[in-house]
Design a protein around this ligand. Structure first.
Ligand code: ADP
Ligand code: MG
Length: 563
């Protein structure tokens, strides 16, 4: 057409498209899940907007998604009567990737098909997944409340075209021109089975034409013109638990998280009474590629009285639980709730407390009943859980109980010793939990500070993650046992020393006092004090810090952070 405009995809889109089409080939049917989920999102957005302005939906009030095929043209079309897109929306939403961390994500792609598929899945394949099965996509859209429609056309290589178009009512058609070898997706039966698998929990009806009535002998069957819903079209979390299979829960998780893997576990709760809400919270099996990033989008999908309000509502979970996915549906928040209102609402605070308790108790249950799953969880998310010690004062004891450490008990790098395990193995007269922090496991394990502990058969926790020093500084005690660093200067082995040892120690200290003073003279300002010790059995000397002072490891950490 005359007013056709050519646009280039953002570089990141080109890269993503190329890799996606190649690495997701064995999961190709997910394109339908993605496009239906976009259609459902578009309906949710309009439903929310129409709360303020009902004229937006007056002419077409029944929300729905329709899937149709055209055998001759070789196309599958996904249509919705949701919020629609303006010309500018088409250009920015379907020409760029706005998400933060995109560049970082792209650098992690390796060319290994399986690994990449997983990464892309977590990143969210979205709209562009249509190009796995289509060699051309046409999008025709009219935004609610406007009267101009536009079309977007691309073959998924470098460019797309925008032009004026016709569409009677608001909404969007996504037309997939199937590749020659993907014509199987023209089969109504095939489409129905995919929709059944992915879309039951979507709260909008997904409709297809009714199957044709069987024809009389010798006649062609009359194609049907009537549509019927092929999904259950009730939001999963509103259904009763007994009515939901594990498969349903897992599919819903994949829908909201974009994860290809199944979740480790989930908890679905309906709460009535003073507060009324439903929560469905999932713990993933594997860490996302950008878990380290404390700024990454996180949180739950928020609904109020079953109306979708926002994605990534981060007010309901603390940062250290940023890996949790799920849905929260509250009856107590106002429908016009905004991020600002959420921030200061007392309802938010009590929902947050409840969500945190649920997540921690899910983890406790897994640790108890499925220790192998928990061990895997710890390897994936342990370093993030440790942030909780400093961040969540009110649940510190519970979080501490969930911690796993390496220790001298198995002298192995695997973090699989809990504080309860440790306490269970404490020797007679021991009333403290001992640990050492160092910059690597090897350094921790070979530290001269451990000599006396090894000699006495006392277990020491070996901490060498970057965050450990900071985290452990927030944990002064657990179950009434003090946590003590073995590098502390005035390490008081208390009851662990018998009368004879005490006398020997005092004897040695006295005899060597002049030597210590000589050392102090030579080292002068560089040390605060030089002490004689019986803590070492093989090494001649070691550096210690005094109680309440920054340890050597912490000092290094601060220095590397530029402080
Ligand atoms: P995501 O859904 O994660 O935002 P997608 O790649 O799936 O990413 O979609 C990109 C954007 O395109 C969406 O955020 C939305 O703004 C827009 N979009 C896609 N499909 C539709 C649709 N059917 N109706 C309205 N907007 C849509
Ligand atoms: Mg999407």
């Amino acid at each position: 057409t005359a007013n056709m405009e050519k646009h280039s995809f953002q570089t990141e889109v080109k890269q993503l498209l190329h890799i996606m089409v190649h690495s997701l080939y064995s999961n190709k049917e997910i394109f339908l899940r993605e496009l239906i989920s976009n259609a459902a999102d578009a309906v949710d957005k309009l439903r929310f907007k129409s709360l303020d302005d009902s004229s937006l939906i007056a002419d077409d009030p029944d929300f729905k998604i329709r899937i149709t095929t055209d055998e001759k043209a070789g196309t599958v079309t996904i249509s919705d009567n949701g919020i629609g897109m303006t010309k500018d929306d088409l250009i920015s939403n379907l020409g760029t990737i706005a998400r933060s961390g995109t560049a970082e994500f792209l650098t992690q792609l390796s060319g290994d098909q399986k690994k990449d598929a997983n990464l892309i899945g977590q990143f969210g394949v979205g709209f562009y997944s249509g190009f796995i099965v289509a060699d051309k996509m046409t999008v025709v859209s009219k935004a609610a409340g406007t009267d101009e429609a536009h079309q977007w056309v691309s073959s998924g290589e470098g460019e797309f075209e925008i032009a004026a178009a016709e569409r009677a009512t608001r909404g969007t058609d996504i037309i997939l021109h199937l590749k020659q070898e993907e014509k199987e997706f023209l089969s109504e039966w095939r489409l129905r089975s995919i929709i059944g698998k992915y879309s039951d929990h979507i709260s909008v009806p997904v409709e297809m034409l009714k199957p044709a009535e069987p024809a009389e002998e010798g006649k062609e069957p009359e194609p049907s013109t009537e549509f019927e819903a092929v999904n259950k079209a009730t939001a999963l979390w509103t259904r009763s638990k007994s009515d939901i299979s594990d498969e349903d829960y897992k599919e819903f998780y994949k829908h909201i998280s974009h994860d290809f893997a199944e979740p480790m576990t989930w908890a679905h709760n309906k709460v009535e009474g003073k507060q009324e809400y439903t929560s469905l919270l999932y713990i993933p099996k594997n860490a996302p590629y950008d878990l380290w990033n404390r700024e990454r989008s996180r949180g739950v999908k928020l609904y109020v009285q079953r109306v979708f309000i926002m994605d990534d509502a981060e007010q309901f979970l603390p940062i250290y639980l940023r890996f949790v996915r799920g849905v929260l549906d509250s009856n107590d928040l106002p429908l016009n709730v905004s991020r600002e209102i959420l921030q200061d609402s007392s309802v938010t605070q009590s929902l947050k407390n409840a969500c945190v308790k649920r997540v921690l108790s899910m983890l406790e249950k897994t640790a108890k009943n499925k220790p192998e799953d928990y061990q895997h969880f710890w390897q994936q998310f342990g370093s993030v859980m440790k942030e909780g010690l400093g961040e969540d004062f009110s649940n510190r004891e519970t979080i501490a109980g969930l911690m796993r450490f390496a220790s001298t008990h198995n002298d192995d790098q695997t973090q699989n010793v809990s504080l309860d395990d440790y306490i269970g193995r404490m020797t007679e007269g021991q009333d403290k939990i001992y640990y050492i922090t160092a910059e690597s496991f090897e350094t921790a394990k070979n530290s001269p500070h451990l000599e006396v502990f090894r000699k006495k058969g006392i277990e020491v926790l070996l901490l060498s993650d970057r965050i450990d020093e900071w985290a452990i500084s927030h944990l002064t005690d657990f179950k009434e046992k003090k946590l003590v660093s073995v590098t502390q200067g005035d390490l008081d082995l208390g009851n662990l020393e018998d009368e004879k040892e005490k006398q020997e120690r005092e004897q040695v200290e006295k005899e060597n006092q002049p030597l210590a003073e000589r050392f102090k003279e030579v080292l002068a300002e560089r040390v605060k004090e030089v002490k004689v010790t019986t803590r070492l059995t093989d090494s001649p000397a070691c550096v210690v810090s005094s109680e309440g002072e920054m340890s050597a490891q912490m000092a290094r950490l601060m220095a590397s952070a530029g402080q």
